[in-house]
Design a protein around this ligand. Structure first.
Ligand code: ACO
Length: 308
């Protein structure tokens, strides 16, 4: 049976960066506080680029990397919580920008778990034989949803987009697990037209227990152990969360690549941006085993086991 293999990746980060020192000019915080609590040093912030612009640029780069033409795409899925329009959806905007005329296009919102849910959806369409070539994108302009007077949240987030071209092949996505708990919605909330509010400690506790739990469950389901995995590509929210997951899975920190120091938390874009960075630097080798995992508002969480 065919599965979904990632053929190529691409990403886009706005040129404009905001350092922790820059933030200490607008809220009562410090570089030291932000770095030690989160691992974040600076983040990219969109200036003029929309979510769809960033998504389209990441898409062009992923298509070029994979050698696929936009016209060959059957579907475009965009994971985002920060679209620049309520309609048309971001995926349709990307379609128009890149000329993917035959693609079916829709957005999906699962907050920071969005890319995982979108990739699982793409894999399911491919495994069912419905589509062959799917472009999966995570794109966010979180700077548009942040309360720049709230030091508890504005220090965390960044903007950007990451994309993956997936195609029907024998090797690729092996399995996935995901979950949601709508009762915990208030923990991380953003009303329409308003800004993000968060109970940071609740999110922290949830993340450090749920991510290892779902990763272990996924590995067990596939008769694999944590040692069998070459890289854990986790949602880039906080270095302390990732370090804790590494300890709980008893796996060395080298297996947990990070770029949150320079990107901050880009929500649904964080996993595909990191994936693209690793791919382009030659760290990912054909045949390696990867686990992608993350958590987000909803609350939502998920993990994907795949061969590179
Ligand atoms: N600078 C200086 N002081 C601050 C800042 C800041 N930027 N933000 C909060 N503080 C203060 C608080 O006011 C509080 O002061 P008080 O003790 O006088 O009341 C003190 O620091 C401690 O605040 P806490 O909220 O307890 O700080 P904590 O150690 O929990 O760190 C943080 C906060 C970094 C948000 C942490 O809870 C966290 O990372 N949580 C995970 C949340 C997360 O990653 N969310 C990402 C979005 S969700 C997602 O990606 C799905």
């Amino acid at each position: 049976m065919a599965t979904a293999r990632i053929l190529g990746t691409g990403s886009y980060l706005p040129d404009h960066t905001v350092t922790n020192d820059d933030l200490s000019q607008i809220v009562d915080t410090s570089d030291e506080w932000i770095r030690t609590r989160t691992g974040i040093c600076s983040r990219h912030i969109a200036k003029g680029e929309t979510t769809a612009d960033m998504a389209a640029e990441a898409a062009r780069r992923a298509l070029s990397f994979s050698g696929m033409q936009a016209e060959e795409l059957d579907m475009i899925l965009v994971a985002t919580v920060s679209p620049n329009k309520a309609m048309p959806n971001t995926a349709c905007q990307v379609q128009a920008k890149i000329g993917a005329d035959k693609a079916v296009c829709f957005d999906l919102n699962a907050a920071c778990s969005g890319f995982l849910f979108a990739l699982s959806t793409a894999a399911a369409y491919i495994q069912a034989g419905v589509y062959q070539n799917i472009l999966v994108i995570g794109a966010e302009a979180l700077s548009t949803l942040v309360d720049w007077k709230d030091r508890g949240t504005c220090i965390l987030f960044g903007d950007g987009a990451g994309a993956a071209v997936v195609t029907a092949e024998e090797d690729g996505v092996i399995d996935q697990l995901s979950g949601s708990d709508g009762k915990k919605g208030p923990v991380l909330n953003c009303d329409t037209g308003s800004t993000i509010s968060m109970n940071g400690q609740e999110v922290f506790k949830f993340a450090v227990s749920k991510v290892p739990e779902i990763v272990n469950a996924l590995l067990e389901k596939n008769q694999m152990s944590a040692e069998d995995v070459d890289f854990y590509i986790l949602h880039q929210a906080n270095k302390r969360i990732i370090d804790s997951v590494s300890r709980r899975l008893k796996q060395p920190e080298e297996k947990f690549p990070m770029n949150l120091d320079s990107c901050g938390n880009t929500s649904g874009a964080s996993i595909p941006i990191l994936l693209d960075e690793l791919n382009r630097s030659g760290k990912l080798l054909r045949g390696q085993t990867l686990v992608l995992s993350g958590f987000g508002a909803g609350l939502t969480w998920g993990a994907i086991l795949m061969k590179w």
